[in-house]
Design a protein around this ligand. Structure first.
Ligand code: GLU
Length: 425
């Protein structure tokens, strides 16, 4: 069966790494036909996006939507706008999304999309032009029962608002095709917080099993986007000390604890970088050099290397829980077994975001408005269930607390059930 992994070309290193990790953790339980079906995306869309820049010159980017699996529901997953986006990255993220969405128990298939467009150095008008054209080229792929995109790196609430608007212009329907919308456009309360809060909820279940809690635990968070800021906010609310947090330029560090409310306000409302917020506490380099008890990588893939991991473990770090999608390099994941560190992979730990997107879809379908409290409670239930199931699976598989195995197993079984039901007889 390994030939199915070997067949993935080396020009797709991210997808190959995700697929081989899945394969090696699940080998004894896999059926060849099902693995083949699971690895192959159902549909891959690649399209050209022409847009007008500030000088009146036409620029061209590539748009992607990998509709990986509709076994469990309509395609669901974010759109990423970043210069690193390519087909390999989209295939890897769509595959992971399929497994992640399966863990939520919600009727969601898996997809991912985006473009190699870099919004960081663009004007608002340029971003608007780009998004208009992106939706012109892709709108027919999307619909509330077909494929429901959301945000990801480079795509926040403002971008989603534009996409939903252009989509509505073309279809004439206000139908909740996008999630992560502003509240006034049908967005659900709690979606912005969901991924970060969900990460902390699952972390608390693990700590509970280890007969401890967050009180006075030293925590580092990488990434100052939607996920990192909300994870940091929640972890401090629960009694931990935020000793480090990073953005693209470097990190802030304080053994006594950083003031997350202040940082969040400056980041979100004044759009300041961490260096601009507090130059004295700022260093260049990796936040994973800061000694801590718990590390929460919430920025992007492959940001935490085996060297970081060794150092973290030596300095007493006991848990790594992923807010981002595959922030640990493959080498780092491979050495985990030598180290005394609990590891909760992103497909389980950051599933809160897409889970609350699922609640936003329910809210839109019912033409209802859910309260923040109801959404947050539901999020807590979903994260508790994910934790319970992946832990139990790890016990059944004789690898207690091996959450990679546990998560892959639970997701695979859920999807396999559908494959078996849909077998032609
Ligand atoms: N991009 C997020 C993720 O990786 C959210 C996807 C969604 O809400 O559809 O899970």
């Amino acid at each position: 069966m390994k030939h199915l992994i070997d067949q993935i070309p080396d020009s797709e290193p991210l997808f190959k790494a995700a697929a081989s990790e899945f394969y090696s953790s699940m080998e004894p339980y896999l059926e060849e036909a099902a693995l083949k079906q699971l690895l192959e995306p159902e549909r891959i869309h690649i399209f050209k996006v022409n847009w007008l820049d500030r000088h009146g010159v036409i620029q061209t980017n590539t748009g992607y939507r990998v509709q990986h699996s509709s076994a469990l529901g309509p395609y669901k997953g974010g759109l990423r706008f970043d210069k690193s986006v390519n087909l390999d990255m989209m295939k890897f993220l769509a595959f992971e999304q399929t497994l992640k969405n399966a863990l939520t128990h919600l009727p969601l298939g898996g997809a991912k999309g985006g473009s190699d467009f870099d919004p960081s150095d663009k004007t608002k008008a340029e971003i608007n032009n780009f998004i208009h054209s992106f939706i012109d080229q892709s709108y027919s792929l999307f619909g509330p029962n077909k494929d429901v995109p959301a945000g990801d790196l480079g795509v926040g609430q403002e971008e989603i608002a534009l996409m939903a608007k252009y989509h509505q212009n073309l279809t004439g329907e206000f139908d909740g095709t996008f999630t992560g919308k502003p509240i006034s456009m049908g967005g659900v309360l709690g979606r912005q917080e969901a991924t970060g809060y969900g990460l902390i909820y699952i972390l608390m279940h693990l700590l509970d099993d280890l007969e401890t809690d967050l009180t006075d635990k030293r925590v580092v968070v990488s990434g100052c986007g939607n996920v990192g800021l909300h994870a940091a906010e929640k972890v401090v609310e629960m009694g931990a000390i935020l000793v480090g947090i990073s953005d693209k330029q470097g990190y802030l560090q304080d053994e006594e604890g950083l003031d997350i409310a202040y940082i969040k306000d400056k980041r979100l409302n004044e759009k300041l970088s961490l260096k601009e917020i507090d130059g004295k506490k700022f260093s260049e380099g990796s936040v994973f050099d800061v000694p801590c008890d718990i590390a929460l990588p919430c920025a992007t893939q492959n940001e935490l290397t085996s060297d970081h991991l060794r150092r973290l473990a030596q300095q007493g770090c006991m848990i790594i829980a992923e807010g981002a999608n595959r922030p640990l390099t493959q080498e780092a994941v491979d050495i985990l077994k030598e180290l005394d560190v609990y590891y909760v992979p992103g497909k389980a730990a950051n599933a809160g975001g897409v889970a609350v997107s699922g609640l936003e879809m329910q809210q839109n379908a019912q033409k209802a408005v859910f309260s923040f409290e109801d959404v947050d409670l539901k999020l807590q239930e979903i994260m508790a269930l994910i934790y319970q199931e992946i832990k139990e699976a790890s016990l059944v598989l004789d690898n207690p607390y091996h959450f990679v195995k546990g998560a892959n197993y639970v997701a695979y079984q859920r999807i396999l059930e559908v494959y078996n039901l849909q077998r032609l007889v």
